[in-house]
Write a protein that binds this ligand. Structure first.
Ligand code: HEC
Length: 239
């Protein structure tokens, strides 16, 4: 192998290893889920909880969609998602979507958009509720899951609740009744469904992408054999 090929191979390997290291650091939660000051005034680090993401679990995605439309879509938009795509991908009959999930519009082809001006909402809450279509990609699945599980009572806040992950969040603890009704374990599982749905919203083709990626790598590995043989054939008289 010539010196040039050797150094090129070394460079490629280096890039691949760095990429692999950064992706796994990100997957492990990277910076975690924020810091907070505990009752003794000591700063503590909050570890992220792992969100139960499973796109194959259609029941979980369907429960998550119902929760999102009932508890979140009144304030938040998800402008990149159409109700019809929910019906199709989550295998919910369109009649049921029209009957139960069209909270913010009348047409099944519409996007999830409550039509409320974010500036006016900022006046109500102190900060505008951001669009949630891509939220789990912005913050990570685990961040959103931990955030939703980290509301606590705080009488000093305008809505009587604060959040460990997003200190002084302008969002009220909108799931408080559900949390009291269901008990801790069932509540966590429902919040898991909700985040599973939000992860699907942010990238509906995530599972397909991984599957295709696997086949593409296999294809490239197989392609390597004829390419290697061709290369040998071409150079055999030159050397
Ligand atoms: C009453 C209105 C309201 C409802 C209902 C509501 N939110 Fe919020 N939400 C807000 C506001 C306002 C903010 C901005 C908080 C801030 O920046 O301080 C917010 C922020 C968030 C954030 C953090 C965004 C970020 O990256 O900083 C997430 C995630 C979120 N909401 C998810 C949800 C989910 C999931 C639901 C349904 C269970 C929901 N919200 C229901 C008002 C609401």
């Amino acid at each position: 192998m010539s010196a040039l090929t050797k150094s090129l191979t070394g460079f490629g390997l280096g890039v691949a290893l760095t990429l692999a290291a950064t992706t796994s650091a990100q997957a492990a939660g990277g910076e975690g889920c924020g810091t907070f000051t505990n009752a003794d005034g000591v700063e503590e680090h909050l570890a992220c909880s792992t969100a139960p993401i499973d796109f194959a679990n259609k029941g979980s995605l369907q429960r998550g969609a119902t929760m999102f439309m009932n508890y979140c879509a009144g304030c938040h938009t998800a402008k990149y998602v159409r109700h019809s795509r929910i019906a199709q991908d989550l295998e919910i009959p369109p009649e049921l979507v029209e009957k139960y999930l069209l909270v913010t519009s009348d047409q099944i082809g519409d996007h999830i958009d409550n039509g409320v001006d974010p500036d006016i909402q900022a006046g109500w809450f102190g900060a505008p509720p951001p669009d949630l279509s891509l939220e789990t990609r912005l913050r990570s699945d685990d961040w959103v899951y931990t955030y939703l599980l980290s509301f606590y009572e705080d009488p000093s806040r305008p809505w009587g609740a604060n959040n460990l992950v997003l200190q002084n969040a302008a969002m009220p603890h909108v799931l408080i009744n559900l949390q009291n009704e269901l008990g801790e374990e069932e509540y966590r599982s429902r919040v898991g469904d909700l985040v599973n749905f939000m992860a699907w919203m942010a990238e509906p083709v995530r599972e397909d992408r991984k599957r295709y990626g696997f086949f593409v790598i296999i294809f490239l590995l197989i392609l390597l054999i004829p390419v290697y043989l061709l290369n040998k054939e071409f150079w055999k008289d030159v050397k």
